[in-house]
Design a protein around this ligand. Sequence first.
Ligand code: ATP
Ligand code: MN
Length: 469
Amino acid sequence: MANLREYQKKRDFKKTSEPRGRIEKNNKKLRFVVQHHLASHDHYDLRLEWDGVLKSFALPKGPSYCACDKRLAIMVENHPLSYRHFEGIIPKGEYGGGTVMLWDEGYWSLVNEVRKPFGKEEMKIIFMGKRLKGKWTLVPFKENNWLFIKEKDRFENWCRLSLFTRSIKTGYSMNEIAREKTEPKQKDWMVQGIEITSPDKIIFSLGKVSKYELVRYYEKVFPRMFPFLENRLVSTKRCPDGVLDHSFYVKHFDVDVNPGMRHVKLTNDKGEKKDYAYILNIGGLIEEVQLNGYEFHLWGSEVIRLNRPNMMVFDFDPDEGLGLVKLRQGVRDLKAILDELHLKSFLKTSGGKGYHVVVPFTSFRSWKKFEDFAQGVAKLMVQKWPRRYVMSMSKKGRKGKIFIDWMRNKKGATSVAPYSIRLRKKPTVSMPIFWSELDKVKPDEITIDVALKRLKKKDPWADFFYIQQ
Ligand code: ATP
Ligand code: MN
């Protein structure tokens, strides 16, 4: 049986904040993490759950999506399962002293027959991570030395992994993680020196919600929300004076105002260069709230693959007074079509009048193909049920029907981010819910308090980033 003796012997738990850990058997899906570890040598650690521990490999050069790269993977001592949450600093002079970043996480499974995994036989593995996806092989060749090689599949050359320089958990870079050592007791976003001005300001004249409450909300929701914000261009809706009618969308952000935001220059159809931005970490999110940006809206692609969209949204906009029964039927009709196409979809409230159905994709080849697919699905619904649905925006044709807004899937269009607050008299949240809750949860019933309570329960979208379709 696997043990942690070597791991525990090597470390002084009075000095390091790494977990002592224990053997934790479970019969759920097998988990994995990759940690970027800047110690005496800069390397990556691949850790795979097996037999109650994390089987561990040090990868001096990290993984590569090129099937031509054979990356050395040195098997090292087992780590405890709780190590998969570890991000931070190992004190200088201690074993592995340096900085550790959570670089990827997810599930894995073995696809070839191996008598004794992690022994002397080649292992073919499928990764379902945020950054590691598809088939890979671990080939043992000498003592503890293995080779880690990408197999040829649709993920081959998926992206350059060196582009990912930030934590999947916090969005922090190696330097930012290392810097926290100075201010360990501070709130994460305080590290960035953010001060909230007029925290008592009542943002929603009727809702009596203060700016401080909104900051607190985003602070708490950050771990769940961040994976959606990460690498996605964002627009926000700002409401500087607390009057809802005065709120406006911001798509282009001033440079050098928010250190937790990164800017990207894009050229539009007219050849004009425009500045867009995405949020890097909790500091970036909170600073935008400080600037009175309360709603967050996202693109369908990520900046590292800007022209390979991967998050499709169908927005249900019912005609006024249509009623929830018909609205929910519409959402179910779409789900039936997606189910038939073997596409897994996720449901959230819009926080306003409708629901949003979100479909994660590995990636489409182009925005045109992405948009055409979404339009095709909407068209199918209109053809099947012409008295229920329309696919054009005009309010006229919508009488007694639902507008299936597929146009959210055009390049440059946005839809509201999961967990974003909605600027309403009584602020609501665009909340991920289980499919089984469709008939129970109204589009605008999740308020900030309810959303925070729901965070303590099971995540209805837990699989979102691990779906490969
Ligand atoms: P509801 O359920 O009340 O319709 P919604 O979020 O779906 O809420 P819509 O008006 O249908 O709101 O708009 C859909 C999405 O389009 C929004 O979430 C937002 O991201 C984007 N959007 C709408 N209006 C604008 C605008 N003026 N500028 C930029 N983006 C917009
Ligand atoms: Mn809508």
